[in-house]
Ligand binder design. Structure first.
Ligand SMILES: Cc1ncc(COP(=O)(O)O)c(C=O)c1O
Length: 478
């Protein structure tokens, strides 16, 4: 189902997105309005989407038309819904809204933003930018279009793979505008609308966005308490025959798991047996919070793997640079395919990343130390203010995947904004708007900000409307 801004979302589909909105028992217009508002704020219901007729929505949700009418009245008052006689109602984003409808990037000085799990730039960025500016002179007489990326940068990226045990030539690297762009390019090349792509559940929300935008069906394989159920993954590859698998073994976003060596071999075997290509997203590979020897890269175990990398978490998201690592033949095809959407990445940023790769040992050591310290700060704050929330300490990555004890995370996200903290509710990471017991809490901000955010979250949890023992919700400890 593609939701173009003026498309109408069917009642059943909207009911699916609304998920467990009535989990507390008696449905109320206030909770329905709040959950719909949250869908708009976190981008799952793009502004402009036309809503089903009141009667259809009432049927789909098994509630009265009066309740629907009341919820829509409230959202009209808040400017989240607009209506016109003959044209029906559609969702919109109020100008003053703290959300931007795209997953919470929009800066708001009043809010502590825990919806985005990405750290600031390292101090090496400034000096590296000065060196890059000097090197830019070598390029200015050239036209500046480099659809594959600058040769020196590609060689430096290739070298990082060779060092990790995956011999790579510069011609196997295509520089892109971020890891997500890399995935989107591969997706457009390999998968057609209506086909299936296997994803972990939960998974990275923008991947789901990319699938939705191309009318590609996600096939979800649940992550379990120990990480990947490789047997189930293999069975799904056999039975659903997806065109592609999208996997994040280093380190899974949002759960923080890393797939162990044995699991990797079994996964590689399953890919081979079913002739499935996998995109392995290594955006978070450098944020290793263990002191263990890393397992081999998936690309070293299977030639069915296309690896996607990124500078965003290791260095800085503002560089907007990532890459594809694949066979030379695939990279050539990807360069040709890229021409349909963009013509290359900015030269100055590529020079800057090349410089930063030279600083990588120091930058990454500090990044890991700082991330581990911030994780400890967040863990301590949650233990103090929300002691009934549970989580597993992640192997790596930038967030805690919290079980909040009741299926209320979208409702909590709504109330949390009013208490000055923005969070990504579990449903954002879900194929079907499920995972309402979960919240992703990133530890990318300095400790004092994290502590303040958790205090605000605890206050929001205490103020959660209609919470009840029936929710299994015990509220925070003061
Ligand atoms: C697993 C995963 N893939 C891709 C991205 C996006 O990366 P980029 O900023 O390089 O586009 C992220 C960012 O959070 C991520 O967590």
């Amino acid at each position: 189902m593609v939701f173009t801004p003026s498309g109408r979302i069917p009642g059943g589909k909207l009911a699916e997105l609304l998920g467990a909105w009535r989990a507390s028992g008696r449905p109320s217009s206030r909770v329905l309005a709040g959950t719909l508002r949250q869908l708009v704020l976190d981008g799952r219901l793009p502004p402009g989407t036309r809503l089903p007729a009141e009667r259809d929505l009432a049927d789909a949700l098994s509630v009265s038309r009066t309740l629907i009418a009341r919820a829509l009245d409230q959202l009209r008052e808040e400017n989240f819904v607009a209506s016109r006689r003959g044209a029906g109602s559609w969702v919109r984003l109020p100008r003053s809204s703290a959300g931007d409808g795209h997953g919470g990037w929009y800066p708001d000085p009043e809010l502590v933003n825990l919806a985005v799990a990405t750290p600031g730039a390292p101090p090496e960025l400034g000096p590296a930018a000065d060196r890059a500016r000097v090197r830019l002179v070598e390029h200015v007489s050239d036209h500046g279009y480099q659809p594959m990326g600058l040769p020196g940068l590609r060689a430096a990226i290739a070298e990082t793979y060779s060092r990790r045990g995956l011999p790579t030539t510069p011609d196997q690297i295509l520089v892109t505008n971020g890891g997500h762009h890399a995935f989107a390019l591969v997706l457009r090349m390999l998968v057609s609308p209506g086909e299936r792509v296997l994803v972990e559940h939960p998974t990275y929300p923008n991947t789901l966005e990319a699938l939705r935008s191309l009318n590609i069906t996600p096939v979800a394989v649940p992550m379990v308490a120990t990480g990947w159920d490789v047997e189930q993954l293999a069975a799904t590859l056999r039975q659903a025959a997806p065109r592609l698998a999208f996997l994040i073994p280093d380190f899974q976003n949002p759960t923080g798991f890393r797939l162990d060596t044995e699991g990797r071999h079994r996964l590689a075997h399953a890919l081979r047996r079913t002739c499935t290509t996998a995109v392995v997203d290594e955006t978070l590979v450098d944020i290793d919070l263990t002191d263990e020897e890393p397992p081999p890269p998936m690309g070293a175990l299977s030639d069915r793997v296309i690896t996607v990398g990124s500078a965003s978490k290791s260095f800085w998201g503002g560089l907007r640079l990532g890459w594809i690592r694949a066979s030379e033949e695939f990279v050539q095809r990807a360069v040709a395919g890229r021409a349909a959407v963009d013509l290359g990445s900015p030269v100055l940023e590529q020079l800057l990343l090349h410089e930063l790769l030279g600083d990588a040992p120091a930058v990454l050591r500090r990044r890991r130390e700082e991330t581990a310290a911030r994780r400890d700060d967040l863990v301590a704050a949650v233990a103090e203010h929300l002691p009934h929330w549970t989580f597993r300490l992640p192997d790596g990555g930038l967030s805690l995947w919290c079980d909040i004890g009741a299926p209320v995370s979208s409702r909590l996200a709504v109330v949390a904004e009013q208490h000055g903290v923005r969070i990504a509710p579990g449903a954002r990471f879900s194929v079907f708007g499920a995972l309402e017991r979960r919240i992703r809490l990133p530890f990318t901000l300095p400790g004092p900000q994290l502590a303040e955010a958790v205090r605000r979250l605890a206050a929001a949890a205490a103020a959660l409307p209609e919470r009840s023992e029936a929710d299994g919700w015990h509220g925070p400890v003061a």
